[in-house]
Design a protein around this ligand. Structure first.
Ligand SMILES: [Zn+2]
Length: 469
């Protein structure tokens, strides 16, 4: 059997791996490339991948960089296997993604028409999303299923967002030779509020593919992060200014609301009004409270008796674009949570344009920002590496205070990743280790640390590389 690395190889976005045996072809994730110039072309290009020849598609979790290209699998005859929560979240996420693709193409086509330039097609349309919707097949964590000839699938908890899973595949070739391969998906932090801790990597594998987003550093402890957030909210109330939070609609948005609610309840911060300026996040929030058994032990009960839903309802959903723009006319302390998470689109962009140049405004960056995104530029401002960023075609001097609060990250830091990897070496086998889903420096740092921890030299593939087993 062999594995081809179709994305997230030497970068964070575009997760996708093709597993091929003598009797089956299984695709693991088909995520969007985000942030870099030329990504639109990369997203459109399927290379020699033939959707109709796939026997199964496995989806680790409902983040765009893992699911965003699924609607491009036109002609797919196979099923899409994911946990029940991932199925539900992916449905709403992909519908939203199609809407964004269509409206971006419309906008571009308006100026193209004026300039006499040829029209562009959206990356995909709602019809493409509808075409794959009938193909979802839910598999609960811990259960096993044969998804293709000789391929057995099991999901285990990845602790990253609701429904997130690592993937364990048992792949048997025609001759009866069997191999076990583990894909980490995105691994969450231990001890995070809200979501359960990740399971360690499954034992007795032949190959482990692990993410390396934060392979070179650990996050600040959650307790310090909560204190930092409390201070930000106290400042906002005192200065009567906005706090802008770019957040993924699924995961970070809900965690941020919950964290702010807890801080206010404990009297550590004032109750600053929170606006959830993302219809998608509002939908995702409803789903969070309908999968109580996936939440961590502390929250399960609160979820079952409806207290969690009441807590999360503290955030006022902002549904229309007009309501969103109206927030720019309000001069009072408030927290605005809006997508996209890396500020490369979505409503957060107009909030940033209106507010980045103002003293007193604060921006909280809770998630990872890929190279080339506006979010990454803001991280560089916080590090003192630049003073201006480019927003909607204009250079803006950033006077707002930028906070990167990694302690609420959905990703494990270096120590957590090493622990997860070490779990895979507690059994009888000494698996090969492959590191993906990380920029070159963090990935290599994790490779060096993994060598010291488990005595294996990790493979660091680039896009298109193949590993034979
Ligand atoms: Zn993710």
């Amino acid at each position: 059997m062999r594995i081809r690395f179709l994305g997230a190889a030497g970068e964070v976005t575009g997760s996708s791996y093709l597993v091929e045996s003598s009797q089956a072809k299984v695709l693991v994730d088909f995520g969007m490339f985000q942030g870099a110039r030329g990504d639109d072309d990369r997203n459109r290009d399927l290379g020699d991948l033939k959707p109709e020849a796939l026997d199964a598609v496995v989806v680790t979790h409902a983040h765009q960089d893992h699911t965003g290209r699924l609607p491009l699998l036109r002609g797919l005859r196979a099923q899409l296997h994911a946990t029940p929560a991932t199925v539900e979240l992916s449905r709403i996420l992909l519908e939203d993604s199609a809407r964004i693709q269509e409206s971006e193409a419309d906008r571009e086509n308006r100026w193209r028409e004026r300039e006499g330039k040829p029209q562009v097609e959206p990356l995909y349309r709602r019809e493409d999303v509808d075409a794959i919707h009938g193909r979802w097949s839910a598999l609960a964590l811990g259960n096993s299923r044969e998804i293709a000839p000789g391929v057995q699938l099991r999901f285990q908890e990845a602790g990253h967002i609701l429904g997130s899973a690592s993937v364990v595949l048992e792949v048997t070739d025609v001759g009866g030779m069997s191999k076990r391969v583990v894909f980490s998906g995105d691994i969450g932090q231990n001890g995070m509020p809200f979501i359960r801790d990740p399971d360690l990597c499954a034992q007795d594998a032949d190959l482990i593919v692990c993410e390396s987003t934060y392979g070179d550093r650990d996050h600040r402890p959650t307790s310090e992060t909560f204190e930092e957030l409390a201070e930000i909210l106290r400042q906002a109330a005192w200065a009567r200014h906005k706090v802008l939070v770019p957040a993924f609609a699924v995961g970070r948005a809900q965690l941020m609301i919950h964290a702010m609610m807890e801080l206010a309840r404990d009297g550590r911060s004032p109750q600053v009004p929170v606006y959830l300026d993302s219809p998608l996040a509002a939908k995702a929030t409803k789903l969070y409270t309908s999968f109580c058994d996936l939440l961590d032990d502390e929250l399960q009960n609160a979820c079952r008796v409806g207290a969690l839903a009441r807590d999360l309802a503290i955030a006022k959903p902002v549904l229309s674009g007009a309501e969103s723009r109206e927030l720019n006319t309000l001069w009072e302390p408030m927290v605005v949570i809006a997508g996209s998470g890396m500020c490369n689109g979505g409503r957060i962009v107009h909030h940033l344009r209106h507010n980045l140049w103002r003293h007193g405004v604060q921006v909280v960056l809770p998630g990872f920002m890929a190279q080339g995104t506006l979010g990454r530029a803001l991280v560089e401002v916080s590090q003192g590496h630049r003073s201006h960023v480019r927003v909607m075609g204009q250079d803006v001097l950033v006077r707002a205070r930028i906070h990167t609060i990694g302690g609420l990250s959905a990703h494990a830091g270096k120590t957590g990743l090493l622990e997860w990897i070490a779990g895979g070496y507690q059994g009888k086998s000494k698996p090969k280790l492959v590191l993906t889903h990380g920029e070159p420096d963090p990935r290599h740092a994790l490779a060096v640390a993994a060598q010291a921890r488990v005595g294996v030299t990790a493979i660091e593939p680039m896009r298109g590389d193949v590993i034979e087993l």
